[in-house]
Design a binder for this molecule. Sequence first.
Ligand SMILES: Nc1ncnc2c1ncn2[C@@H]1O[C@H](COP(=O)(O)OP(=O)(O)OP(=O)(O)O)[C@@H](O)[C@H]1O
Ligand SMILES: [Mg+2]
Length: 226
Amino acid sequence: MHFLESVAELKNADIYIQEKLILNQVDFSIGQGEICYIIGKTGSGKSSFLKTLFAELPLQNGIGKVAGYDLRDLKRNYIPQLRREIGMVFQNFELFEDWTVEKNLGFVLEATGWKEVIKRNSRIDEVLDAVGVVDKRKDLVIHLSGGEQQRVAIARALLNNPKLIIADEPTGNLDPETSDEIFHQLRDLAIRYKTAVLISTHDYRVIDNFPARVYECIDSRLQEQI
Ligand SMILES: Nc1ncnc2c1ncn2[C@@H]1O[C@H](COP(=O)(O)OP(=O)(O)OP(=O)(O)O)[C@@H](O)[C@H]1O
Ligand SMILES: [Mg+2]
């Protein structure tokens, strides 16, 4: 398959947490609309790798480009702009549980410069519709199932039309059937919106069900599986 443009790319990159080398000589790329998996044992560096892409960990050596931003030369005040191009999804959803769904999403829109209420409201409907939970808009997050909460979290990640969705073990807390639904959803978004989707997972069953390119964190390296 050929991809028009790479959305994120690392070349010969070393990833450290403070003095500790986590991954070295990382070569990675993901194209527009592509899905990739990151697998590896606990502690192997999956989350650290993902954090590098959204500039939470600095890139020490090598080249890194994400959504047109150069990770090596990224000024602090460009970090929020870079993160606006990336939708983040986490294992534990990280929603405000005692807020409604719409308040969770509206909060992000306000924080990212959406000034008009009408536009915010219609954007909230659009993203909830995209993940099939528009009927939950007025509900408190705490009243939703885990799968529904993760859909809301994916909807939140979509708010600013990201070029890349990074999902760190997005189905780690979900049963197999719900996991499949979430993977379906992510794949659907990649196809429909040409969003690149990068997913770390321990769930090899899902990789069999939804094949895509796989990278493994192993022995301080990121190896593409062939
Ligand atoms: N804040 C930190 N300070 C020091 N070391 C850390 C820190 N966070 C993670 N590490 C270490 O970095 C290594 C990689 O951790 P990371 O969280 O990237 O692994 P992971 O593959 O995501 O694991 P898991 O599957 O458990 O989520 C581990 O050895 C971990 O102990
Ligand atoms: Mg992790």
